[in-house]
Design a protein around this ligand. Structure first.
Ligand code: NAD
Length: 500
């Protein structure tokens, strides 16, 4: 029997209704700052639940694609208003399930609001191209049509922003969708879906199936009626997703891991670079795909930078993200904490100098959570595993370098290509770096994190497969071009032949 203190049990969102999963298994959503706190219980859905969700999305598709885009957009606009109204409540819940500090969870909800408003605006644009025909009395244009039934699979580090990055453009383009949020952060996705439902989204247009990746996620990938997949997560799982999509030619968008760098030149404003590096490395406890986990500093300012940076890293206040004094929250889970601890050992074993941190935080306020010290390795060799592999935690490697060319080689000498940053006052170097960093995102005099929703977001190499999230680029993924020719000459006209 439910009591006042019993954790709330949540259900899947299928065809406009909140329904139990068929299998009856459940997943616990726990607070990483206090693992004894059960935030909620969510269904561990299986193949059958996914099949129901896809059926609902299929049934809704024909009406939704014929709903005028400006009308689809009005629903998104209302959802954005609801999110705005509930921003504080949703941010607090997100801190409880994900751990990042309130300022950042407010930012996460704000990003969902921004994206939902942006896509509401796109409902009155969704431009195609109108262009002259090469033949007389012939009209030529292209329009956007929805890509189909979309499967959306999301990670835990941006629990509402990333679902919104996928769902808002998918819906405004006229697709229907099945969302499978990360196991660790289902509540924020629930809130996002709730806002859309309250805004009047017709039944079946967005369905949410909670559950584990290898079950619920894999069932989405395997379903023959799902023809569009957008995945954000690790490169390892992205490879599985890509392979699962290939046999049936599903349109597949992958946003994966990163090993991002901040390069600090001798002429840079060092205090500004320290501020940026601290935020880039330890914001979201280093658990951003764009987190700066390598900081390359030119030799002339290396010692000065390292001293200032280490001092600031040591003074960061780690704790429960709900406490306004906290600057860095816990790792998302025990597993993630163990990964961080493993990499600290790897770094030490490779000869990286542990300049600060390096330990799990235990006892007292830390006793029930997955806290780790902000950790700085200095004098690192760029080929070390800690400088090559994604750690996804509060660990940063300082790498000394001599010339700008050396810095570019270090920056590009990894298998990932998401975000890179250069601190300099030299305009020529700033432009050379923008040209030469092999990443999807480049910052000058700002850290590697801080994307805005109206610009394309994504990476190269093992970070992405060429598509882009966010901005107008998202419309290109969630719609297909249909090219239309109307010949009003009343005679046969042969392109490339009759007018040659
Ligand atoms: P993950 O790859 O473990 O999981 C991501 C999602 O995939 C989850 O919903 C999970 O349930 C699902 N999944 C797992 N196995 C699956 C399978 N076999 N089939 C289908 N779905 C499956 O990643 P994570 O730990 O949730 O997130 C951290 C990773 O995400 C990091 O590598 C980070 O860099 C990356 N990330 C990338 C971006 C980006 O835009 N490039 C943004 C955020 C996070």
């Amino acid at each position: 029997m439910a009591t006042a203190t019993a954790p709330r049990e949540f259900k899947n969102f299928l065809n406009g209704e909140w329904l139990e999963a068929r299998g009856g298994r459940a997943l616990e959503d726990r607070n990483p700052a206090n693992a004894e706190e059960l935030v909620g219980i969510f269904p561990a859905s299986g193949k059958e639940d996914v099949a129901l969700a896809v059926d609902a999305a299929k049934a809704a598709f024909h009406r939704w694609r014929l709903t005028p885009a400006p009308k689809r957009a009005e629903i998104l606009f209302r959802a954005a208003e609801i999110l705005l109204h509930r921003k504080e409540e949703y941010a607090r819940d997100m801190t409880r399930e994900m751990g990042k500090v309130l300022a950042e969870t407010r930012g996460d909800v704000q990003e969902a609001i921004d994206m939902t408003y942006l896509m509401a605006g796109e409902g009155r644009r969704l431009f195609g191209q109108t262009t002259p025909s090469e033949l007389p009395s012939k009209f030529a244009m292209s329009v956007r049509v929805p890509a189909g039934i979309a499967g959306l699979i999301t990670p835990w580090n941006f629990p509402m922003a990333i679902p919104s990055w996928k769902a808002a453009p998918a819906l405004v383009c006229g697709n229907t969708a099945v969302l499978k949020p990360a196991e660790d952060t289902p509540l924020s996705a629930y809130h996002f879906a709730q806002a859309l439902a309250e805004a009047g989204l017709p039944a079946g247009v967005l369905n949410v199936v909670f559950g584990e990746g290898p079950e619920a996620g894999a069932a989405i990938l395997d379903h023959p009626a799902v023809n569009v997949i957008s995945f954000t997560g690790s490169t390892e799982v992205g490879r599985i997703v890509s392979q699962a999509c290939a046999p049936s030619f599903k349109k597949c968008h992958l946003e994966m891991g990163g090993k991002n760098i901040i390069v600090v030149m001798e002429d840079a404003n060092i205090d500004l670079a320290v501020d940026g590096a601290l935020w880039g490395a330890f914001g979201t406890t280093g658990q951003r795909c764009t987190a700066a986990s390598r900081i390359a500093v030119q030799k002339g300012v290396y010692r000065e930078f390292a001293e200032k940076f280490i001092e600031r890293a040591k003074s960061l206040r780690v704790g429960d993200g709900l406490n306004p004094a906290t600057q860095m929250g816990p790792c998302i889970s025990e597993t993630q904490l163990k990964t961080v601890m493993k990499y600290v050992e790897i770094g030490r074993g490779e000869g990286a100098k542990l300049a600060s941190g390096g330990h799990r935080l235990e006892g007292g306020a830390y006793a029930k959570g997955w806290f780790h010290e902000p950790t700085v390795f200095t004098d690192c060799d760029p080929q070390m595993r800690v400088c090559q592999e994604e750690i996804f935690g509060p660990v940063v490697c300082l790498i000394p370098f001599r010339t700008f060319e050396d810095a570019m080689a270090i920056a590009n000498g990894v298998t990932y290509g998401l975000s890179a940053s250069l601190y300099t006052r030299d305009v020529n170097l700033a432009f050379r770096a923008q040209r030469d960093f092999e990443t999807g995102i480049v910052y000058v005099n700002a850290p590697t994190i801080g994307a805005e929703v109206h610009l394309p977001f994504g990476g190269t190499k093992n970070t992405g497969n060429g598509h882009r999230e966010s901005g107008l680029a998202a419309l290109d993924f969630y719609s297909d071009y249909k090219t239309l020719y109307v010949d009003y000459s009343d005679r046969l006209q042969r392109a490339q032949i009759d007018n040659a």
